[in-house]
Design a protein around this ligand. Structure first.
Ligand code: FAD
Length: 467
C-alpha cells in the first residue's frame, strides 16, 4: 500500500447507517473516507425515517430571518470539525460569533445580571451573597480531588460552595441540557470538569490554565453563513444516492445466511449488511435492538430526556425597554420564569435578521417542565412573551413568531451514565458490526458528535476490514 490507498478489492463491505442526524451523517462520511484509505470497495446506505436529513439540526430560512431549531454554533478549534469543514470545502462559509456575544446574562431575583467572566467580576455578582462569592475564591485553597462519580451539583458544591453551585452550575445545566444539575453526572456530561480537577486540583487554577489552552487550540464559537443547515446540506450532497430519506428501518435481525445483519424496510423487504450503525434516538435504537438483545435495549431505553419547546420571535429594534444584549440569558432554577434560556440570534452571527429587527429564540420545557412542549403554539408564544417582557420589558408586539418542538429533547447523562454505557458495550460485544452513534452516549454537543463519528467509523472498519 502506498500513501494509504490501494485499488479497491472486489468484495464490497456493506455498511448501513440508520438515522441521518448530524451523528449518522458524519459517521457515514467518515466510514466512506476509511474505505478509500483502506482500499476496500464499500456499499454504503444511510436510512433516514424523516423526509429530510439533519434530524434535530434544522435551519429555517424565511424572508431574511434564519432560525435554528437545535444547535446554532460549534465551539471548537483545530481537530476533526475543522478537518470536516475543509474536506467539504466550507471554509469560505464559516462565520464567527460577534465578540459582544461573549456577554451572557442570568435571570435571578426577577432581573437580569451579567454572568461573571472571571474572579474579579464575580466579586460584584449580586445574585450571590458576599459569603457565597468569597467561598468561590476560597476554592483555590479548599479544593480536593476525589475518585468517585458525582452529580454536577455535588461536584460544584465541593469546589465552589453550594450557593455558586446552585446559581451558576444549576443555571448552566438548565440552559445547556434542559436538565437538573442534581441529576446529571459531571463525569458523563462535563468530563472536562473532572479533567480540570485531575490535572489542576483547583478549578480556579484550571480556569486560568484553561484560558491559555483554549487560546492554543484556537477554540471559538462559529457557524456557517447559511446556518448549521449548510453543513447538513453539504454532507447530504456528498453522500449522494447513498442517503435515502423517508426510509425508516423497521427491524434488525441476524442474517441467517451470513455473518452480518438484516435491516427491514417499510415494504417488508430486507437488506443485508456487514455492519449496522444505529445513529437514532435512544428509544428507536432500543426498539431495533430488542429482538437481538433485550437487556441492551432496556439499558438504552433507560436514557432519559425531556421534550423541548421553542419560540423564535422577530421584533422591531425599538420594541424593548432594555435592549437585548449579548448572547442572551439563562434562567436560574429558583425563578418562576418558565423559560430555560433565550438566545439573541441576531446579536451572535451576522445575517440572521433584516436590518432594524431583532431575532430571539426562547427555549422552554426540558426535564423541569416536560409537559410544556406539548402545549399549543399560542400558549408557547404567550409563555415566551411573558418571559421576555419580565427580562427586557417588551413594548411592541412581535413582527413574526415561529414555534418549533424537539419532542425527544436532549439526552440526560444522569449519574450512572458511564456504567450504563459500559454495560451496553459489554452486551453488544456479542454482535460485532452493530454500533451506536449520536448524542445519547458520549456527548450532545455538535463538535463532540463530529469527533465521536471518527471513533465509530474506526470501530466499524475494524470489524468490516476483517469481513
Ligand atoms: C433545542 C436544542 C438546542 C441545542 N443547542 C445546542 C448548542 O447550542 N450547541 C451544541 O453543540 N449542541 C446543541 N444541541 C444538541 C445538538 O443539536 C444535537 O445533539 C444533535 O443535533 C443531535 O444529532 P443526532 O444525530 O445525535 O440525533 P438526531 O438529530 O435526533 O438524529 C436522529 C435521526 O434518526 C432518525 N431516525 C429515528 N428512527 C429511525 C429509524 N427507525 N430509521 C431511520 N431513521 C430513524 C430521526 O428521524 C433523526 O433524523 C441542541 C439540541 C437541542 C434540541
Amino acid at each position: 500500500m502506498q500513501g494509504g490507498r490501494t485499488t479497491p478489492s472486489a468484495t464490497p463491505v456493506r455498511v448501513a447507517v440508520v438515522g441521518a442526524g448530524l451523528g449518522g451523517l458524519t459517521v457515514a462520511h467518515a466510514v466512506r473516507r476509511h474505505a478509500t484509505e483502506h482500499g476496500r470497495a464499500l456499499e454504503l446506505e444511510v436510512w433516514e425515517a424523516g423526509e429530510r436529513p439533519g434530524g434535530q439540526l434544522y435551519t429555517w430560512r424565511e424572508d431574511g430571518f434564519l432560525i435554528e431549531w437545535a444547535a446554532n454554533a460549534f465551539r471548537t478549534g483545530l481537530g476533526p470539525t475543522a478537518d470536516l469543514v475543509e474536506r467539504l470545502g466550507l471554509q469560505g462559509e464559516q462565520v464567527h460569533a460577534d465578540p459582544a456575544a461573549n456577554r451572557r446574562y442570568v435571570f435571578h431575583g426577577g432581573q437580569l445580571h451579567l454572568l461573571p467572566s472571571g474572579p474579579i467580576s464575580l466579586l460584584s455578582f449580586s445574585p450571590m451573597s458576599p459569603e457565597g462569592r468569597m467561598r468561590v475564591l476560597a476554592e483555590l485553597f479548599l479544593a480536593q480531588r476525589v475518585d468517585h462519580e458525582e452529580s454536577v451539583h455535588d461536584y460544584a458544591s465541593r469546589h465552589i460552595g453550594p450557593e455558586a453551585a446552585e446559581v451558576l452550575l444549576g443555571t448552566m445545566v438548565r440552559g445547556v441540557y434542559g436538565g437538573d444539575a442534581r441529576l446529571l453526572s459531571v463525569d458523563a456530561a462535563f468530563p472536562v470538569m473532572r479533567e480540570m480537577e485531575r490535572d489542576h486540583r483547583s478549578l480556579v487554577i484550571a480556569g486560568l490554565a484553561g484560558m491559555s489552552k483554549r487560546m492554543r487550540e484556537g477554540k471559538t464559537t462559529w457557524s456557517f453563513r447559511g446556518g448549521m443547515g449548510t453543513l447538513i446540506e453539504a454532507l447530504a450532497t456528498d453522500l449522494g444516492a447513498a442517503l435515502r430519506t423517508a426510509t425508516p428501518a423497521l427491524g434488525l435481525a441476524l442474517d441467517p445466511a451470513a455473518s452480518g445483519y438484516l435491516l427491514r424496510q417499510r415494504d417488508g423487504a430486507t437488506r443485508a449488511f456487514d455492519a449496522v450503525v444505529l445513529a437514532v434516538e435512544p428509544e428507536a435504537a432500543a426498539e431495533l435492538l430488542e429482538p437481538l438483545d433485550a437487556p441492551a435495549a432496556r439499558e438504552i431505553a433507560g436514557i432519559p430526556s425531556g421534550p423541548i419547546g421553542m419560540v423564535a420571535l422577530a421584533f422591531a429594534r425599538e420594541a424593548f425597554r432594555t435592549a437585548p444584549d449579548g448572547f442572551g440569558f439563562l434562567v436560574a432554577p429558583s425563578e418562576d420564569l418558565r423559560l430555560l434560556g433565550t438566545l439573541v440570534e441576531s446579536n451572535v452571527f451576522p445575517g440572521r435578521a433584516p436590518a432594524g429587527t431583532v431575532l430571539v429564540r426562547v427555549i422552554m420545557g426540558g426535564v423541569a417542565e416536560p409537559e410544556l412542549a406539548a402545549r399549543s403554539d399560542d400558549e408557547l408564544v404567550a409563555v415566551a412573551l411573558d418571559g421576555l417582557d419580565r427580562a427586557w420589558g417588551v413594548t411592541g408586539a412581535p413582527l413574526r413568531t415561529w414555534v418549533g418542538r424537539q419532542n425527544r429533547g436532549i439526552p440526560q447523562y444522569v449519574v450512572g451514565h458511564g456504567a450504563r454505557l459500559a454495560r451496553i458495550e459489554e452486551r453488544l460485544l456479542r454482535f460485532p458490526g452493530v454500533h451506536l452513534a449520536g448524542n445519547a452516549y458520549r456527548g450532545v454537543a455538535v463538535g463532540r458528535l463530529v469527533e465521536d463519528a471518527e471513533r465509530v467509523a474506526d470501530a466499524v472498519w475494524q470489524v468490516a476490514a476483517a469481513a
